[in-house]
Design a protein around this ligand. Structure first.
Ligand SMILES: *Cc1c(COP(=O)(O)O)cnc(C)c1O
Length: 454
């Protein structure tokens, strides 16, 4: 047995992978050993484009010198000390930087180590905010259908992706679900009509429940995990205004959309609107280390600021909150954002992607291509006319993604929606090569399906 075979064997024997039916893994195992730029390499030496940024994280490519250096330098000082009751240097500097670059009104930074924990923190802060200002009856949450906010029990309680969440329902607290403007699946297929419908339901819901609602949580501009579903223009801003009108806090979950992916640093900037609480993570460290943030307005913060005996303290924290290595690499990442003009370039390259994706959009089994910057979803359907999906047991998205892997590109579908979310540093040439692989893979699987039908 060579080293590769031994690793594969060990992974099958001992590992349990997230969001993975291990029976699938056993059939098509893969172990990544190294990476460089927009490519990763497996233990057999095969190279793949990282077409989904290692699940939506990577920004400047793998093994980026400046980021590696930042970690090395920090290691020479200290790897970790606690943030409970004291601070550290990079966590302090990063907080100041984040407040500087995020939209006005987000004044405080609370650290954690994943998107899900950032969401837990947002929910507990919103809940306790109302308690601290003597409105304890405001303790429920409104969320959007198909929303995804992470996998801890609190985060799934405001999640609404049927496939991931139904199983755990008995464990969850109940949230109020309102429709998300999913234009492609709206009867009208018209963005404006769909938006108005959804806003009307939101307003009715707020009218009915505002007295008991702490906050609305929403993924700004793109619902990621439910299939890269883009919002009609104006929806986010108007939803935020409705919440203000009914005295309900808003939480924007920018875990996926934050840090440049939509062509602005934060997706909310497209809509010129700011929430009371924002969560972000994924791209914050350039895809290097697990740091996430929950940012709030000064108003929220002040509701917790008092003498200890008032019991208004936010009783929440994690062992690795504010980890120095993570904060140091996040600072280096943000510096590169500025030096390399990442956000501006994403905006430019997005137009190139849109042009190149036209070929895919015209394919018979592609119902719709949705794009917001570098967040792209391709909804695969059996019938383009009626929008009829393939039977679920066909696992069409999974099949196409395996085909992409054979051709040297990695991604992960969300059900029948293929995901294309390349590292933000990808050049037009690299983008084109990836789009070509997706096109060929879709064509190959479509051909297979036709054969079966005959
Ligand atoms: C990925 C994601 C999360 C969860 O983040 P983790 O770091 O995986 O816990 C939360 N919200 C949104 C919108 C996400 O896309």
């Amino acid at each position: 047995m060579n080293k590769h075979e031994k690793l594969i064997e060990q992974s099958k024997q001992h590992l349990w992978l997230p969001f993975t039916q291990m029976k699938d893994y056993d059939k098509d195992p893969l172990i990544i050993e190294s990476g460089s730029g927009v490519k990763v390499k497996d233990t057999e030496g095969n190279e793949y484009y990282d077409g989904f940024s290692s699940v939506w994280l990577n920004v400047h490519g793998h093994r980026k010198e400046e980021l590696n250096d930042a970690i090395h330098e920090q290691l020479e000082k200290i790897a970790h000390s606690t943030l409970l009751g004291m601070s550290n240097v990079p966590a302090t500097e990063l907080a100041a930087k984040l407040v500087e670059i995020s939209p006005a009104g987000l004044d405080r930074v609370f650290y954690s180590d994943s998107g899900a924990t950032a969401v837990e923190i947002a929910l507990k802060m919103a809940f306790q905010y109302w308690k601290n200002i003597d409105e304890p009856q405001k303790k429920r949450f409104i969320t959007m259908k198909n929303g995804y906010h992470g996998d801890t029990v609190g985060a799934i309680s405001v999640g609404a992706v049927e496939l991931f969440h139904r199983i755990y329902e008995p464990l969850m607290f109940e949230s109020i679900k309102v429709p998300y403007p999913y234009v492609y699946r709206h009867e009208s297929r018209d963005a404006e009509a769909c938006k108005q419908d959804c806003l009307a339901v939101l307003e009715r819901t707020l009218e009915m429940h505002h007295h008991e609602v702490a906050a609305l949580i929403v993924e700004p501009l793109v619902q990621g995990a439910s299939g890269m579903i883009t919002m009609p223009e104006g929806f986010l801003r108007e939803a935020r205004e409705l919440c203000r009108k009914y005295n309900v806090l808003t939480i924007f979950d920018e875990v996926a959309t934050g840090f440049g992916k939509t062509g602005k640093l934060f997706a909310m900037e497209h809509e010129n609107t700011v929430p009371d609480i924002m969560t972000s993570g994924k791209g914050l460290t350039g895809g290097y280390l697990p740091i996430a943030i929950t940012m709030t307005s000064e108003k929220i913060y002040q509701a917790f600021y008092d003498d200890y005996a008032s019991m208004k303290t936010f009783f929440h924290g994690h062992s690795y909150t504010g980890n120095q290595l993570g904060c140091a690499v996040a600072l280096a990442n943000l510096k590169l954002f500025e030096l390399d003009d990442i956000v501006e370039k994403v905006a430019q390259k997005s137009a190139y992607i849109a042009k190149e994706m036209k070929i895919i959009e015209d394919m018979d089994i592609v119902g719709e291509v949705r794009q917001r910057g570098f967040m792209i979803g391709m909804e695969i359907v059996e019938d383009k006319e009626t929008r009829e999906p393939f039977p679920a047991q066909d696992r069409i998205g999974y099949e196409i993604t395996l085909e992409m892997r054979k051709r040297g590109m990695l991604s992960r579908p969300m059900g029948d929606v293929l995901v294309f979310m390349p590292p933000l540093c990808a050049t037009n040439k690299e983008l084109k090569a990836m789009i070509r692989i997706m096109q060929d893979s879709i064509a190959e699987v479509a051909k297979r399906k036709q054969k079966v039908q005959r």
